[in-house]
Design a protein around this ligand. Structure first.
Ligand SMILES: [Zn+2]
Length: 54
């Protein structure tokens, strides 16, 4: 499972992933090039983080 998140929704994204997977989430920064083409899963902002589980 993988979610994208902006600065605003990172806490929400982490909570949602824990709730859905019951595992500790891994948070990574998105590279600049990738950032421009990737939107937050919770709003229309460009995503800053990728949150994933194993
Ligand atoms: Zn957002």
């Amino acid at each position: 499972m993988k979610k994208y998140s902006c600065e605003t929704h990172i806490d929400h994204a982490l909570d949602m992933l824990v709730a859905e997977t019951e595992e500790f989430p891994i948070m990574e920064k998105i590279f600049e090039e990738e950032k421009l083409s990737t939107k937050c899963s919770y709003c229309e902002e460009c995503a800053t983080y990728i949150v994933s589980s194993k």
